[in-house]
Design a protein around this ligand. Structure first.
Ligand code: H79
Length: 692
């Protein structure tokens, strides 16, 4: 009997394997070759500039609820609007002024090559015709599938239409978890697996009913703990199986690193998604797209007039392109179906600039030289030659644009938007090309100079001066490296420019006093790179505590109250206190409007430089020896801040303060040193003094 049972299981499993194995669903699209991925990503990498559109039921309240007018697309969550009340917006959504052609033309005229629009945001409402739910645009008085109209308009205009689809869903009964304030929506009978099937069925509609669209699926709302890595990989493969050439963002999986938006290797997703921020430097070999608002909200907010200037938007686009990324710039249309006039004006002004300077953005790659004090650089191969685009934001005082480490022969540079017979003066100074410009720039937003160079790039970057910290106690080890094979690095320690007479770098240096290190690469007796400098400062560490009698643990005091920033807890009445083993939050109310003060000692294993950081939602701060170190105060989503301190081995007083207003919550406290990478401070390093 047992045997027979087993056999039928095997038979059944085999049959299922056959069925699944034959379907394209079984292909692992994550094992794609670099060549195939490059081909799939080609249009997206060339495009550099797209339009984000956040449009849904939240446009009806337009950011205002109960006298508060600071809400956006999160209004149902932030204003705690009950589901039945929010559902009433369905009957009010009638955007009679919606005109797909007008929207697509505004994107195109601004120089954008693609549009990403919210098929469904976190509120669960679909602005398309879905057979899976009545919570869609066909239940509104409008009854028009706006995605269909946009897909047709995009097809006509040659714009690539893409869909944003939220994994988190505050409406579907099977989605879990509920909002922490939703006490009236029972989770009984809720089945997350069934929700995933619903979402996949909607995605199938989106992937099959809109012609060539969508070209990108842009997931979001992936961070709740019900969404796992395995589900992410499965969803990635599911979407690719229905449309193999599609591009999918990294929020399909669970690997995103906060608002910085990048994922480590091993997580699914074709590109990283920094949100409201631009990475400090380029990320070689990685595709990414910064999405940013024009004002302070994604969804329409009638009171939000905090629009960035056209200059700032153009410079953001330039900054992003110079680092090898795409810019996804948001519009929040009104409930009537029109773009806010401030957005329209900015799109037109960006378009004017792009019509003249688009060559310096489309199809370019990141600056090999990083950023300049006067602006940015983008680069492109044109035939056998290499074009540099110098994006000048501010004229240097001496009018000289110095480009170190370029061995190519230059051709005449000129303003891209104002071509003339006479080119700008350019000359060589050793390894550098120097372009001389006038003190008045022709374009106050960004004046682009195109500098054609003969042949393929022949660039020599300044040597890197490698050390974890700029501060040291007794002695600092410094390595110097360059990319070149057959070059010599000359260096000085007194701030003077390295020459052929200066010391040659062979093995890591050790300095015992404050030093200004300067390094430059030479070949055949000639400098081939610019000079890089870095200062190392000798400091005295903070002394350890002389006290004795420490016990493992931390003292905590717990408070309740409604704050917008960290209060002075010492002046407040605590609700509870005691000893804990780490920085742990255990609010005894409903998880909102509370605060903590942790105090004790951190045991520093070895005298040296340490980085402390807090990651918190909402605010936090960290003190060592009663001196402020990390200031991460204010109401905000999960945000990390870090600072460096120099400490003697032994016990040091540590205080961490934290408060939570509403919404998401969390606190983590990290440390890092020259000997170990960033990690949560372990229980074994935390102490308190009993009886104190
Ligand atoms: O659609 C827009 C916003 O409504 C949506 N993303 C953009 C494109 C958005 N949802 N939430 N947020 C933005 C902020 C959320 C931040 C957090 Fe987290 C979620 C903090 C903690 C959980 C992101 C994920 C940062 C850390 C993990």
């Amino acid at each position: 009997m047992k045997n027979h049972f087993n056999k039928s299981i095997y038979f059944l499993a085999g049959a299922i394997f056959l069925v699944v194995g034959c379907s394209p669903k079984n292909v692992d699209y994550l094992k794609e070759s670099k060549k195939d991925k490059d081909k799939r990503m080609e249009w997206w990498r060339d495009a550099r500039f797209g339009m984000f559109i956040h449009w849904g039921l939240y446009a009806v309240p337009a950011g205002e609820w109960d006298g508060v007018n600071t809400y956006g697309e999160w209004i149902r969550h932030s204003a705690k609007i009950p589901l039945e009340t929010y559902d009433k917006f369905v009957a009010e959504f009638n955007p009679t002024k919606f005109n797909a052609d007008a929207w697509v033309k505004m994107a195109k005229n601004a120089g954008m090559k693609y549009i990403v629009i919210t098929s469904k945001h976190h509120d669960g409402f679909g602005i398309f015709d879905s057979q899976q739910t009545d919570f869609d645009i066909m239940s509104t008085p409008f009854k028009r599938d706006v995605l269909k109209e946009l897909a047709d308009a995009c097809q006509r205009e040659g714009i690539k239409l893409c869909f944003y689809h939220s994994i988190m869903d505050w409406h579907h009964p099977d989605y879990l978890p509920r909002r922490n304030w939703e006490t009236d929506r029972s989770t009984e009978g809720a089945d997350y697996e069934r929700y995933v099937q619903y979402m996949k069925a909607q995605l199938k509609e989106l992937l099959t009913n809109y012609g060539e669209a969508p070209h990108v699926l842009w997931f979001d709302g992936e961070w709740e703990n019900t969404w796992t890595h395995n589900r992410g990989v499965d969803l990635y493969n599911y979407v690719r199986s229905l449309k193999p050439g599609i591009i999918i963002n990294n929020r399909v999986d669970s690997g995103r690193d906060g608002m910085a938006g990048m994922s480590d290797a091993g997580f699914a997703g074709d590109f990283g998604t920094p949100e409201q921020e631009i990475p400090a430097t380029g990320l070689p070999g990685v595709d990414w797209e910064s999405c940013m608002t024009m004002n302070d909200n994604w969804g329409y907010n009638k009171a939000d007039k905090n629009f960035k200037s056209t200059r700032e938007l153009i410079r953001n686009l330039t900054d992003i392109a110079s680092k090898g990324g795409n810019y996804l710039l948001n519009i929040g249309p009104t409930a009537e179906g029109v773009f806010p006039p401030e957005s329209i004006q900015r799109l037109e002004e960006i378009g004017d600039w792009m019509k003249q300077n688009g060559d310096a953005i489309y199809g370019t790659s990141a600056s090999p030289f990083g950023s300049f004090s006067w602006g940015r650089c983008t680069m492109k191969r044109v035939g056998a030659d290499t074009y540099l685009y110098l994006h000048v934001f501010e004229v240097p005082k001496d009018g000289r644009l110095v480009l170190n480490g370029i061995a190519n022969e230059p051709m005449g540079p000129q303003y891209l938007a104002f071509p003339s017979v006479v080119t700008l003066p350019i000359h060589r100074e050793e390894d550098a090309l120097v372009v001389k410009i006038d003190t008045v720039l022709p374009d106050k937003n960004n004046s682009v100079i195109v500098l054609p160079l003969k042949g393929k790039p022949d660039f020599h970057l300044s040597p890197q001066i490698v050390a974890k910290y700029d501060l040291f106690i007794n002695e600092q080890q410094i390595a110097i490296r360059d990319e070149e094979g057959d070059s010599e690095i000359h260096y000085t320690l007194d701030g003077s420019p390295p020459s052929l007479q200066s010391a040659i770098y062979t093995v890591p240096l050790s300095v015992k006093n404050t030093s200004l290190v300067s390094a430059r690469s030479f070949r055949k007796g000639q400098p081939i790179s610019g000079t890089l400098q870095r200062t190392f400062i000798k400091v005295r560490p903070q002394s350890a505590s002389g006290q004795e009698g420490f016990s493992a643990g931390l003292a905590f005091a717990y408070y309740e109250g409604d704050w917008d920033s960290l209060p002075d807890f010492n002046k407040l009445q605590m609700v509870a206190s005691g000893i804990t083993n780490n920085f742990k939050l255990k609010p005894t109310n409903d998880g909102e409007h509370y605060g903590y003060q942790f105090s004790g000692f951190v045991k520093i294993p070895k005298s040296g430089v340490y980085t402390f950081s807090t990651s918190s939602d909402d605010g936090s701060s960290l003190f060592i020896n009663n001196r402020p170190v990390v200031d991460n105060d204010g109401t905000h989503g999960m945000r990390e801040k870090s600072e460096v301190v120099v400490l003697e081995a032994g016990y040091h007083e540590i205080i961490v303060r934290f408060f939570e207003k509403t919404g998401g919550e969390g606190l983590q406290v990290f440390w890092e040193s020259e000997d170990f990478g960033k990690q949560a401070i372990p229980d074994s390093a935390l102490f308190y003094l009993p009886g104190k």
